[in-house]
Structure formats: structure tokens, C-alpha cells
Design a protein around this ligand. Structure first.
Ligand code: AMP
Length: 282
């Protein structure tokens, strides 16, 4: 496995691969790998000739009060794990290599970024879309693989690719979970023991929401009300950042569930903010 930190060298390497008609899968990450990341790598490994993983804690997607400095970083461990998952090229740039001091160009998809995580993280998706667009320009991937855990991110990136006509297939993969249902996340390491033991209630609530719809409930307001009660009982140290019922493509809030709905939530347990979602098809 080759490790590159220089964006220009990445671009040259990928250009030479594409000139030989080799397909490239890209998995953008912020590192601290867990099985969720590995499932994306394994998919990319199986689908393309070359597999690139980017490992970059992207500063522009963190707000001023967020955990950029504290974000877990384990480069040696990650590099070894990437090797074991058949990664051809690990791209790990320094922030200065990705952003000039007077960086001024942004990619924004505001209609899809307003709601859900965008409410409490107003610059987050601008940072994500910009860095992913830059990675696409550098790595020239045939396909790029993302997790459905970050469903809003996936919807935004799909829309960016469609609107800009970028020649890359965006693939979404299912959320990988701990045995008790908690969605794997690099941020789970922040949870204290008591917080960790209550965290599976997030997933339990979302599964209950799916049951309520299966039993005939169609009102988004009622589902939100029941979920708030469900979590108030079970997440003693939790505070709901949002719970929303939205259209899975446009991210627009739904009043009534007709065919497909995404129930998405962010919950703060102690100082850790966790997100999860469930796609419901009637
Ligand atoms: P991150 O390193 O957290 O930015 O995530 C990198 C990629 O891994 C994103 O596409 C995430 O959606 C995806 N991802 C994170 N957690 C999971 C998970 N539990 N299951 C599947 N994919 C995930």
C-alpha cells in the first residue's frame, strides 16, 4: 500500500491509472477506522481495480465549538488496518495541503443542508461537499462509497454529483452496528460506561418508529412525539438535538408518511453527539 500526502502526487497517480483504463474506488474518511469504514473499503475493493482511502480530518466541516482538536486520530493503526483491507493507496494530506490560507471557493447544496444536522451544524455540509469535490478532482474515482449512517451527507453528495455532472457513481452502504444496535462511530469512544449502556436506545426508538408505521401510524408529528417520550424514558443523560421525519431524497420534512420516509435523529449523550436514522417504506 502506498501512502501519499501530496495532492498533486495523488492526482498524477490516479491519472496514470485512468489512462490504463483501471477503475478506481474512493472511500473518503476521517480515520479512526471501525467496521463501518471497513465495510465501505471491502465494497470498494470488490468493485474496482484500485482502492483509494482518504484519511483527512477536514477542518472546514467542524464548527468553532466542535471537536476538531479532540477528534480521535490513530494514523499507524489505521494505516495497518487499511493495508489488511487491500487498500492500494492511502491519501493522508495535511490541512495546509488541501486548503490555501486564503481558500475562498465552496461547494454548497443549501436546500438539502438546511434541515437535520445542518440546523445545529450550519457550516458542516459546506465543508463536506467542498472537501469531497476536491477529493473527486484529485482522485478521479469511478465510484465513491459512503455510509448510510450519514444519510443527509449521502443525499447532499448525490445531489452535488448530479447537479455538477461529475463522472462518478456515488454508492451508499448500510450502517454497521455494534451487537446491541448502536451505530458504529469514531465518536463512540467518547462515551462513558453509563452513557454507552444507554446509547442503544437510539436504535431501539428508531425501530419502534418503524413498528408504529407498520401498525398504521402515518403522522410525522405523532411519530416524533412518541420518539421523544421513548427516549426521555431511556436516555436519562441524553438530550435530543433533533428528531425529524423527512423525504429521503430532498430531506424536506414530511407531515404525512405516504411511501418512503427517513426518520433521522441526533442525540447528545453527555458531551457526545450521536446520529442515526431508519428508512421506512410503507
Ligand atoms: P467518517 O470517518 O466518520 O467521516 O466516515 C467515513 C465514511 O464512513 C462515511 O461515508 C460514513 O458515512 C461512513 N460510516 C461511518 N460510520 C459508519 C457505520 N457505522 N456504518 C457504515 N458506514 C459508516
Amino acid at each position: 500500500m502506498e501512502i501519499l500526502t501530496d495532492p498533486k502526487l495523488l492526482q498524477e497517480r490516479c491519472f496514470s491509472w485512468r489512462c490504463k483504463s483501471l477503475s478506481i474506488a474512493l472511500v473518503p474518511t476521517m480515520g479512526s477506522f471501525h467496521d463501518g469504514h471497513f465495510s465501505l473499503m471491502d465494497y470498494g475493493r470488490a468493485e474496482a481495480d484500485k482502492l483509494i482511502v482518504s484519511l483527512f480530518v477536514n477542518p472546514t466541516q467542524f464548527g468553532p465549538q466542535e471537536d476538531l482538536d479532540a477528534y480521535p486520530r490513530n494514523f499507524e493503526r489505521d494505516a495497518q488496518a487499511a493495508r489488511e483491507h487491500g487498500v492500494d493507496l492511502l491519501f493522508a494530506p495535511r490541512p495546509e495541503a488541501m486548503y490555501h490560507p486564503d481558500h475562498a471557493t465552496w461547494v454548497e447544496v443549501p436546500d438539502l443542508a438546511r434541515n437535520l444536522c445542518g440546523k445545529s451544524r450550519p457550516i458542516h455540509f459546506r465543508g463536506v461537499a467542498t472537501v469531497v469535490a476536491k477529493l473527486f478532482i484529485l482522485a478521479q474515482p469511478t465510484l465513491a462509497v459512503f455510509g448510510e449512517k450519514d444519510f443527509q451527507q449521502l443525499a447532499i453528495l448525490r445531489r452535488m454529483v448530479r447537479d455538477l455532472g461529475l463522472p462518478v457513481e456515488v454508492v451508499g452502504r448500510p450502517t454497521v452496528r455494534e451487537a446491541d444496535g448502536l451505530a458504529m462511530s469514531s465518536r463512540n469512544v467518547y462515551l462513558e460506561a453509563e452513557e454507552r449502556s444507554s446509547a442503544p436506545a437510539i436504535r431501539q426508538g428508531l425501530k419502534a418508529a418503524r413498528e408504529w408505521v407498520a401498525e398504521g401510524e402515518r403522522s410525522a408529528a405523532e411519530i416524533k412525539r412518541r420518539l421523544e417520550l421513548f427516549w426521555a424514558d431511556r436516555l436519562s443523560k441524553g438530550r435530543i438535538d433533533y428528531v425529524e421525519v423527512v423525504d429521503p431524497e430532498s430531506m424536506a420534512p414530511l407531515e404525512t408518511i405516504a411511501d418512503r420516509a427517513l426518520v433521522a435523529a441526533a442525540v447528545r449523550i453527555g458531551s457526545t453527539r450521536l446520529i442515526d436514522n431508519i428508512l421506512i417504506t410503507v
